[in-house]
Write a protein that binds this ligand. Structure first.
Ligand code: NAD
Ligand code: MG
Length: 392
């Protein structure tokens, strides 16, 4: 039986992972499940899957978690240290599906124990790509991409010589506002930004899809994971979300990965890798679909893509600055303090303020250095927001 753990088990990717695990009774031994405030879901799945331990990120919820697990034999734990301890428990395969920079430390802990890390948490590659890759190498651990575009690239590269690759194209749905007139964007509400045309995902990544910060993170993720240079990474708007990525080779050929917009494909690929197994996803009927469209993203509508190029060039701690500023700008948008279009402005101002700071030039990325820069960038984002709201 394969020993597995799921970090962020109560979220959208976590629940899709559990769906696949529940369909294969007897194939997996579940070591740890972690979650946040959804104690009922966490306890229900930990009991159903016979996990050794269930962990909530919130210490104030330990009592409720213990109560919910009473008599089941599943151990309850809470807080940051417990989360990392759970990720460190020996497992062959660990799903990293916490949202945000909070996923970095538990993901590193899983790599340190030599696990294969199925990586949905793109933020850990954006904030600390070289640290993640170095930790994987040092511990003979494997990272498998779960983000659908990166899984698509990974699959298109099987059996290929990476020296023959001359470009990759990551597709984007264009998000909730792809067809809105530009002058309406400033007044877009949180509810409007939280509905995705094609994918059913957590709220934060859905809003990031509307602003294209999600695609910006994915460009950086592709650079860090595959080592492509910034000018090899392109983005195309593809409203149908069926072609997830294309890899271009030196002979002019393009390998496209086509699949339904269902995360269980990419999760299942990482779970079964290097084999393939049947998955409960829709069989695409291309004759009915008929048309696949592609167009260049409008730089005025999506400034986040330009900022991603700056980060891909600068590397170092710029990814940590970019991601932390984006996370705080998103918090402020969700809380109603700034407009949808202000998120770009906040992130750009924070990048400009910190990218040349002496701390950002630190060449050796460690967890402490990244955490410190993440903290500075969040503070700076709050400052920018306070200035904007008091001015306005
Ligand atoms: P989600 O919001 O639905 O779930 C997030 C999970 O992380 C929950 O289990 C939550 O309890 C936990 N969590 C949140 N904050 C935490 C913290 N501070 N400490 C510990 N745990 C915390 O998110 P999601 O949509 O499932 O996305 C998870 C990750 O996967 C993100 O990095 C996202 O970018 C990436 N991703 C998601 C999808 C998707 O289809 N949802 C697709 C590609 C990549
Ligand atoms: Mg994606």
């Amino acid at each position: 039986m394969k020993r597995i753990s799921i970090l962020g088990a109560t979220g959208s990717v976590g629940q899709n992972t559990i769906d696949l695990i529940k369909r294969a009774p007897g194939a997996y031994k579940v070591v740890a499940l972690t979650g946040g405030r959804r104690i009922d879901t966490l306890a229900r799945d930990a009991i159903a899957l016979g996990a050794d331990v269930a962990v909530t990120a919130h210490e104030d919820l330990l009592v409720s978690l213990r109560e919910a697990l009473k008599g089941s034999g599943v151990e309850a734990a809470a807080g940051q240290t417990a989360l990392i301890e759970a990720a460190r428990r020996p497992a062959q395969w660990v799903m990293s599906a916490i949202v945000g920079a909070a996923g970095l430390a538990p993901g590193l802990a899983a790599l340190e124990q030599g696990a294969t890390l199925a990586l949905a948490n793109k933020e850990s590659l954006v904030t600390a790509g070289t640290l993640m890759m170095r930790t994987a190498r040092a511990n003979r651990a494997t990272i498998l991409p779960v983000d659908s575009e990166h899984s698509a690239i990974f699959q298109a590269l099987v059996g290929e010589d990476s020296a023959a690759v001359n470009r990759v194209i990551i597709t984007a749905s264009g998000g909730a506002f792809r067809d809105w007139p530009m002058d309406r964007l400033a007044n877009a509400t949180v509810a409007e930004a939280s509905s995705h045309p094609n994918w059913d995902m957590g709220q934060r990544i859905t809003i990031d899809s509307a602003s294209m910060f999600n695609k910006a993170l994915e460009m950086i993720e592709a650079r860090e994971f595959f080592g492509f240079s910034p000018n090899q990474i392109e983005v195309l708007v593809h409203p149908q979300s069926l072609v997830h990525a294309l890899v271009g080779f030196c002979d002019g050929g393009l390998m496209a990965h086509v699949g339904p917009p269902d995360m269980r494909h990419a999760i299942g690929y990482a779970l079964n890798w290097p084999q393939r197994q049947a998955l409960p996803v829709e069989v695409l009927d291309l004759a009915t679909i008929g048309t696949l469209e592609f167009r260049a993203p409008d730089p005025a509508r999506y400034p986040a893509l330009r900022l991603a190029r700056e980060v891909m060039e600068a590397r170092g701690l710029s990814g940590a600055i970019f991601n932390a500023a984006k996370e705080r700008a998103l918090d402020h948008f969700i809380a109603g303090r700034i407009k949808f279009t202000d998120m770009n402005i906040v992130v750009e101002e924070v990048l400009n303020a910190l990218i040349d700071a002496p701390e950002a030039r630190n060449s050796e990325l460690t967890l402490d250095v990244v955490a410190h820069m993440d903290h500075l960038a969040r503070q700076q984002a709050d400052l920018v927001v306070t200035e904007r709201t008091t001015q306005g």
